[in-house]
Each structure stands twice: as structure tokens, then as C-alpha cells.
Design a protein around this ligand. Sequence first.
Ligand code: ATP
Ligand code: MG
Length: 226
Amino acid sequence: MISISKLSKAYGSVDTSLLIVLKNVNLTINEGEFVAIMGPSGSGKSTLLNIIGMLDNFDAGSYQFKGQSVPSLNSDTLAELRLYNLGFVFQSFNLIAQLTAQANVELPMLYTRLKKTKRQSNAVQRLTELGLGDRLNHKPSELSGGQQQRVAIARALVNDPAVLIADEPTGSLDTETGIDIMHLFQRLHQNGKTIVMVTHEEEIAAFASRVIRMRDGKIVDQGLAA
Ligand SMILES: Nc1ncnc2c1ncn2[C@@H]1O[C@H](COP(=O)(O)OP(=O)(O)OP(=O)(O)O)[C@@H](O)[C@H]1O
Ligand SMILES: [Mg+2]
């Protein structure tokens, strides 16, 4: 599904000061894996995740997604690929404050060809599956953190993407709520979803089927048995 080879990325320029954030990263993620990326703050986890999610570019190396070379895609193809293949969940939920839970979940479908009634019923179905069937018309500020994150997960999943990308999805939640979210991820994984998640917490990473460890822009442990 995801194949990254000798990937490097730097910020800044040679005449200012060059900060190398990713160095020669090699990473393969197969369909159906649930991967956790761990490492100290500043080690490049979010940068790598954003590259995997096609939200950010890189300077050297290669990235193939389902056999297609990502840097070679034009922006329309990239947008289409992202819409149907990648769902995003962030630490801060990133919901639209003015919209109800249901309207937030309908958003990614606005770019598809689905009719309005279908968009509405899909959103209701997703939210109901995640236990929010009685919160459809609540705005984010009227929901708990765990409920907001479940709305964000419903939104991320509504186009049935191949990969769920999550950057510290439990980072703003208390331990118990975070574990609830991980039970949800575990269920998605059991149903075949590929998940790539960054976390600081070992007990959250323990839910993944593989833990990758980064340090100073390098992968120091691929989490594969020797
Ligand atoms: N847009 C940017 N411009 C310049 N430097 C950046 C930019 N984004 C990230 N960096 C730097 O790149 C390095 C890696 O950042 P990244 O966000 O990937 O770390 P991280 O492992 O996700 O850290 P954290 O655990 O704190 O979220 C850091 O030193 C950061 O300051
Ligand atoms: Mg980060």
C-alpha cells in the first residue's frame, strides 16, 4: 500500500540554516496494518505522517502509494487520490465550530458525486455506528472531547478511505476516553482498515500491530521481528 524509500526532507535553505527533518527514511506499510509511530518531540513523526497523507512534499527519495509514484501526480489526481484513499484525524479534532456533528461529517462528501439525501444518510449512519446517533444536531462545543473525536473519526471514514491517518488522536483526551478511541481503532483494524497513527503514549501504541520508533529524523526501529 505504502512504500517509502530513502526519503529526506529539510526546512530552510542552505544560506539560512538547513534543518534536516527526515533522513533517508525507508518504510513499507501493507494493507490492513495498524502502525503506531513513536519518538521524542521534534523527531519528525508529524512530518512523516503528513508526507504519507500527501499533505506535505519532500526533497529526495521515493513514495509509492498503491504502486503510484506520489510526486509524479498532478494536483487534480492527487486531490482525487486523497479524497478516496486517506482519512485524517488530528489531536485537536479540527471540526468546524459553526456546523453540527452531522454537517461536519457530510463535508468530505461534498466533493463526491453523491446526492444530498445520500450524503445525509451516510453521515447519520457513520455517526450512529460510532454511538452518536443522538448527537447529530449538536455543535462541537456541545460535545465532550471524546465525542468530538468520534465525530472527527466519522468524518475521516465517511468516504471509506483505504488508510486512516491519525496524529496523536488521543493527545487531548483523558486516559479512559483515549482507550475508548483505541478500541474503536482496533475494531476498524479488525475490519481491515489500514491505520497509521502517531502517539506519545506507550499504552496507546500497544493497540497497534506494529510500533515504529523515530529519533532525529530517522527510523531507529521498524517494529518488525528479527
Ligand atoms: N513548517 C516548518 N518549518 C520549519 N521547521 C519545521 C516545520 N515543521 C516542522 N518543523 C521542524 O521539524 C522538526 C520535526 O517536526 P515534527 O512536527 O515532524 O516533529 P514531531 O515528531 O511530530 O514532534 P511532536 O511530538 O512535538 O509533535 C522539528 O524540529 C520542527 O521544529
Ligand atoms: Mg507531531
